[in-house]
Design a protein around this ligand. Structure first.
Ligand SMILES: *Cc1c(COP(=O)(O)O)cnc(C)c1O
Length: 422
């Protein structure tokens, strides 16, 4: 695919972009910064700054304990119901709580207890490390009666979907995967794997951290059992924002939250000393919700809902295709490899480029060109595209900066620095 590599062409794409105005709903403290890390920490929505002031000054400052009866108790469900609309779930199937890792723990334990006669957990070697640690910890906690089987990707880009399907049998309790893989951006066919898992009688648990707000999801139609996801990436919920969890309605009464706590108790203020789980999704709460950061998730989700996931996805695909076309013409000749799927149907909203001098290139990009991507060892530059605020012009500038850094060997002074978190 040959396209014009000029800045003028990027400007013309921006001029035709029906979603271009959404960018103004976010804070751009440094107007020159090209931010391509929305897949790690999304930008700050303007409305969140107002919401923060209301929460802190009016609600906490003025209403004090009365705030609990003026919306704080319901916040996990209220925000969960909005996220449900983004992921094709019903409002009473999603709740906001804890971190993604903790939610994964809760739902993994619940799933394994529900399939007590089975002993295997299937996943892949592209999954997020924290997810691996949680699974290993759960296996240890439950007395090492389970085995974690990781199917291997053949190219470190595409998920081993066929190998997974082939390993599903009557001994598999749980299939758990990142729906969009954090390094390569590969996206699994959720419906196909749910169907295969169910055929074998296994439950499915999806980590949607890199999918929610970036690719359209339909948990209901795809038959997903369980899911968790992160609110500080494409949802723009703020650093350390609480995560969400999804439990298919038909499963809710059958599962037990291993972190039983008073927020998940049937009669919250009965102060009964015997735990009885609340009906429905609330039983997956444990302790008191983080009201302030939880409420700050809402403005970002509102923006995504107003824009519509189908339209955002269309722009995201157009932008990643544009980036890859530029890579093909300008960067591949300089030794950059494409470490993401070539087929947009199998790709989320970030594009990974590899280069033998990856770390030095990353640091030169940040320090000399004000482009903020992120870097995942050993050689992956991840360029996160958040169509809700990124422009085609920014993508063009990032690619031409990468071209200059390698052509002019500007990575060289940085090659021996320790990796930084970006
Ligand atoms: C970002 C991310 C997480 C984050 O987990 P925390 O508990 O918030 O640290 C989990 N899983 C995946 C796949 C992620 O990309």
């Amino acid at each position: 695919m040959s396209i014009p590599t000029t800045a003028d062409y990027a400007r013309s794409l921006d001029a035709q972009d029906p979603l271009a105005a959404l960018r103004a709903h976010f804070v751009h403290a440094d107007p020159e910064l090209i931010y391509l890390d929305g897949n790690s920490l999304g930008r700050l929505p303007l409305a969140a700054t107002a919401q923060a002031a209301t929460l802190v000054h009016e609600q906490w400052g003025n209403r004090l304990i009365r705030g609990w009866n003026e919306g704080w108790f319901e916040a996990p469900e209220r925000v969960g119901a909005k996220i449900a609309r983004l992921i094709g779930a019903d409002p009473d199937e999603v709740i906001v709580a804890d971190s993604t890792s903790v939610n994964l723990f809760k739902l993994t334990v619940a799933a394994l207890r529900n399939r007590a006669e089975r002993s295997r957990i299937l996943s892949d070697n592209l999954n997020f490390p924290s997810d691996m640690y949680v699974l290993q910890g759960v296996i240890d906690l439950l007395g090492n009666r389970h085995r974690l089987e990781l199917l291997e990707s053949s190219d470190a880009i595409h998920g081993p979907a066929e190998a997974i399907t082939a390993r599903l049998d009557e001994d598999v309790a749980l299939l758990t995967l990142s729906h969009t893989v954090f390094k390569s951006g590969y996206v699994y066919d959720m419906a196909a794997l749910n169907a295969a898992a169910h055929q074998a009688g296994a439950l499915t648990l999806w980590d949607l951290s890199h999918s929610v707000g970036s690719v359209p999801l339909d948990l209901r139609a795809s038959g997903a059992d369980l899911a968790v996801g992160c609110c500080y990436k494409y949802l723009n919920g703020g650093p350390g924002a609480p995560a969400f969890l999804y439990v298919r309605r038909g499963l809710q009464e059958a599962l037990i939250n291993p972190i039983a706590g008073w927020m998940g108790q049937r009669d919250l203020f009965g102060f009964d000393l015997q735990y009885r789980p609340a009906p429905g999704i609330r039983r997956f709460l444990s302790g008191t919700p983080s009201v302030v950061s939880l409420s700050l998730i809402e403005p970002g989700v509102d923006l995504l809902l107003a824009a519509g996931m189908e339209r955002l996805r269309a722009k995201s695909v157009q932008q990643s295709e544009y980036l890859i076309a530029l890579w093909e013409q300008l960067l591949a000749p300089l030794g950059f490899t494409l470490n993401s799927p070539r087929d947009p149907a199998q790709r989320g909203s970030h594009v990974s480029l590899g280069h033998q001098f990856g770390l030095g290139i990353d640091l030169a990009l940040i320090r000399e060109f004000k482009v903020l991507p992120d870097f995942r060892p050993p050689d992956n530059l991840r360029l996160g595209i958040a169509p809700i605020y990124n422009s085609f012009g920014e993508i063009h500038q990032a690619v031409t900066a990468l071209q200059r850094i390698v052509a002019e060997e500007r990575y060289a002074p940085y090659m021996h620095e320790a990796p930084v978190v970006t």
